[in-house]
Design a protein around this ligand. Structure first.
Ligand code: NAD
Length: 460
């Protein structure tokens, strides 16, 4: 029997969960129960579905402190961010509770006497495979719209977020019909079994796994979306206040030890060498202020990375950068203490096509790049295979719009950090960052349903 273990990254001897992995038979049984529950759920009225989701929001709100403490312990998320994630998870449930009342379609002029209309219908069972970095918010921003649209849910969480997912399953078991939402812990095998049992597939995680999930779903003719990585640029225009831009960029790059798909990975500084020196100096000051510490302590913004391999990857990327003539402006070393801590790392002087500049290091690491003008800044920002989010910092509206129009990312933020998600707006990227329809907002209701066209005519 294979076992899933999740340990606390700040105290790896602290085992947060140790449970048997779901077997293929477990998944098949859960899928049968989910299918039966889904039929009843869809037959029920919109107010019934809305009330159940609102009850889920209330239940989570009532146990918000417990949820935040578990997120801090299981994935090392700084307390302030864990509290924010739980608040967002509550709001997501409230939002999709109301979305259960959203119009199902439209009426069109009929060609016969009667009605011509469309209606959204659920796919059936949604198979969700999620990463560890938002252990409550990501499962819920998939599950809540799936449920609101009338589906059942099978969730395969990351092994590193097993305890949080099982906690969520317990919470929802009290407010949702039996079998409608099931968590199936495990690794790749359990993930593959969940996807094989699903009628619609939503994945968030790395590019390599996301691609294989998309191919597998396409082979079965299933609707699929995959949210994957990012190598996001922040463009600092020549008229941006260096300290203000540096403060936003440093927290977007290093907050939660850089473990967000939307984290800033590259800082493209526009202007003369002298201007670049000012911005870089402000960045170093801002990054230095973010020394890692115990994520449970108030005021700490950078905790550990998720595992030893993640810490070693940051150190190895720094070594690879210096071997190629890059400079370490700050950090790059493991912190000698219990847990997987590494100092926030700012690198400079790398060629734009260096692997450390092009590939995602999922940790607190960012690279400074220089561009003499806006056109070259756009070219640099666009010089990677990812396309999730870009931020632009500055005042000149013409230059800001040149960047907004020039970049091909799914999201652009002006004078705001690359991180931070408004769950009521569509979320997603281009190229290697995303595949399929957008997540979140009302876009998610469309993904978890198909549209049927009905022609209704009286008997002649
Ligand atoms: P991962 O790809 O290793 O794992 C994601 C999930 O897939 C886990 O539940 C894992 O167990 C499962 N899995 C692994 N192999 C599988 C297989 N063969 N079949 C089915 N399931 C399988 O990713 P991770 O390390 O958990 O998360 C980090 C990555 O997630 C980063 O690349 C990050 O950028 C990305 N991410 C993206 C977003 C976004 O919305 N774009 C959000 C958060 C994280």
């Amino acid at each position: 029997m294979s076992v899933v273990t999740s340990v606390s990254p700040q105290a790896p001897d602290d085992v947060v969960a140790e449970v048997p992995a779901a077997t293929t038979a477990d998944v098949a049984g859960a899928a049968r129960a989910a299918r039966a529950a889904q039929r009843e759920w869809w037959r029920a009225t919109a107010p019934t579905r809305a009330a159940a989701l609102a009850a889920a929001a209330a239940a989570l709100r009532a146990r918000a402190d417990e949820a935040a403490a578990l997120v801090v312990r299981e994935v090392g998320k700084p307390r302030v961010e864990a509290v924010g994630e739980v608040a967002r998870a509550v709001a997501i449930l409230d939002y999709y509770a109301q979305a259960a009342y959203a119009p199902l379609g439209a009426t069109m002029p009929p060609s016969l006497p009667g009605l011509l209309y469309t209606e959204r219908r659920p796919h059936g069972v949604a198979g969700l495979v999620t990463p560890w970095n938002f252990p409550l918010a990501i499962p819920l921003w998939k599950a809540a719209p799936a449920l609101a649209a009338g589906n059942a849910v099978l969730l395969k969480p990351s092994p590193d977020a097993t305890a949080s997912a099982l906690w969520l399953a317990d919470l929802l078991a009290d407010v949702l019909p039996a079998g409608l939402f099931r968590v199936l812990p495990g690794g790749a095998e359990a993930g593959a079994a969940v996807l094989a049992a699903a009628d619609v597939v939503s994945f968030t995680g790395s590019v390599a796994v996301g691609r294989s999930v998309v191919v597998g779903a396409a082979e079965r003719g299933l609707p699929v979306q995959a949210e994957m990585g990012g190598q996001n640029a922040a463009v600092v225009l020549a008229d941006a206040d260096p300290a203000v831009a540096a403060g936003q960029i440093a927290s977007a790059a290093m907050g939660f030890a850089g473990q967000k798909c939307t984290a800033t990975r590259r800082v493209v500084v526009v202007g003369s060498d002298r201007r670049a020196a000012d911005v870089v100096e402000a960045l170093v000051v801002a990054v230095r202020a973010l020394e890692p510490g115990d994520p449970a302590h108030a005021g700490v913004l950078v905790g550990p990375v998720i595992a030893r391999h993640a810490r070693d990857k940051v150190v190895a990327a720094t070594d690879a950068a210096t071997r190629s003539g890059g400079r370490v402006l700050h950090g790059g070393t493991a912190v000698e203490r219990d847990g997987w801590f590494v100092t926030p790392t700012l690198l400079d002087g790398l060629a734009a096509d260096h692997p450390v500049a092009r590939d995602e290091t999922f940790g607190p690491l960012a690279v400074v790049q220089r561009a003499p003008d806006v056109a070259q800044a756009v070219a640099l920002a666009e010089g990677v295979d990812f396309g999730l989010v870009t931020s632009v910092h500055g005042r000149d509206l013409g230059q800001i719009l040149e960047v907004v129009r020039g970049v091909g990312t799914g999201m652009v933020k002006v004078n705001a950090p690359t991180t931070g998600v408004d769950f009521w707006a569509p979320f997603g990227g281009e190229r290697d960052s995303s595949y399929g329809q957008r997540e979140q907002g009302l876009a998610a209701l469309d993904f978890y349903a198909s549209t049927r066209t009905v022609t209704l005519s009286p008997h002649p």
